[in-house]
Design a protein around this ligand. Structure first.
Ligand SMILES: NC(=O)c1ccc[n+]([C@@H]2O[C@H](COP(=O)([O-])OP(=O)(O)OC[C@H]3O[C@@H](n4cnc5c(N)ncnc54)[C@H](OP(=O)(O)O)[C@@H]3O)[C@@H](O)[C@H]2O)c1
Length: 299
């Protein structure tokens, strides 16, 4: 399998999104040649691509050494009523890409702790999956499909990703925007996860890719916390009024998709791999975010 060279690009599908954007920045900082795509949110340096279109021109013109599929139908509640699209973009398209990559280029697929039922998290890579939602089911199909057609592929599971992001959609960005506007926000106090700073996810993913890792790896923050606790910590870090965060049981939030409550990811495998860029706690990640890391570094 190819490794990074000066000529062959790293192709990132979904580089206008949060995860793809963070990887685009980190890969550029590492001096890699990168081609990134957007669909509805153009950004300088990215090329348009829609998942219903063939990716052949991007994969065949100058063969990449690796392809990162950071596209996703990521609105968990909307997946309940759009399961066909969720399956297409979260499973069928990346499985085709993984098949195309066999013996030609490395493939990275992103998944989530929503593949688990949340009865006993945090979870290790080998724990049995049992998704509660259409989103979770589509991601299980994606993981299993990608690895069955291409066992050399890398599946990175992550969760509650936050940090600098062009579109400002992530959980912490939304908390900042709402609290800054003086709004109050009801936030689940019983949905537990292991929040992940997007710059650390990007560095960890590229470190694994450069080591030619394959199979399932968890790349997330190290500590379990509720959404409400993360929101309060974010308020404190960004000097906003934490009273605007109303800790609320999930049962009262009327979210259409079921959430795994005791979720989150164990990262022992990642820690044993002793990669050069460690993952930071939520406090450290939020402080780096507040200090402008990612925004301020060269693109
Ligand atoms: N964010 C998290 O907390 C989290 C947690 C676990 C797993 N993940 C996984 O990580 C991956 C990336 O998530 P994200 O948070 O970065 O999502 P995101 O911010 O919503 O970005 C999604 C990206 O995919 C592109 N895209 C969406 N639909 C497309 C389509 N039909 N054709 C072509 N491009 C399309 C978007 O382009 P435009 O915006 O330009 O339209 C954007 O670049 C997903 O697989 C997600 O399931 C994310």
């Amino acid at each position: 399998m190819a490794r990074a060279t000066g000529q062959s690009p790293l192709v990132i599908f979904g580089a206008s999104g949060q995860v793809g954007g963070a990887i685009f920045r980190e890969a550029t900082r590492r001096g890699l040649r990168v081609v990134g795509t957007y669909r509805g949110h153009p950004q300088p340096g990215l090329v348009p691509w829609e998942a219903d279109r063939s990716a052949a021109d991007l994969l065949e013109r100058d063969t990449p050494w690796a392809v990162i599929y950071a596209v996703g139908f990521t609105n968990v509640d909307a997946c309940e009523t759009h399961e066909e699209e969720a399956n297409r973009w979260n499973a069928r398209v990346p499985v085709e890409m993984a098949r195309a990559g066999r013996g030609r280029f490395q493939v990275v697929y992103f998944s989530t702790d929503y593949v688990f039922d949340g009865a006993g998290g945090p979870y290790a890579e080998a724990d049995a999956v049992r998704p509660l939602s259409a989103y979770g089911r589509s991601k299980v199909r994606g993981e299993e499909g990608v690895l069955s057609v291409n066992p050399s592929a890398l599946v990175v599971r992550t969760t509650v990703v936050y940090g600098p992001e062009a579109q400002g959609k992530n959980f912490v960005a939304q908390i900042r925007a709402r609290l800054s506007a003086g709004d109050r926000m009801r936030v689940a106090n019983d949905q537990l996860s292991t929040p992940t700073y997007n710059e650390d996810l990007a560095a960890g993913t590229l470190d694994l890719l450069e080591r030619q890792a394959s199979g399932i790896w968890h790349v997330s923050g190290p500590e379990v916390m509720s959404r409400a606790a993360l929101a309060q910590l974010a308020a404190e870090t960004f000097h906003l009024d934490a009273q605007g965060v109303e800790p609320t049981p999930t049962a009262l939030l009327r979210q259409s998709a079921r959430r795994p409550l005791h979720a989150g990811l164990k990262i022992d495998k990642l820690l044993h791999a002793a990669l050069p860029h460690p993952v930071r706690s939520a406090r450290e990640g939020l402080q780096a975010y507040a200090a402008g890391e990612g925004h301020a570094r060269p693109q």
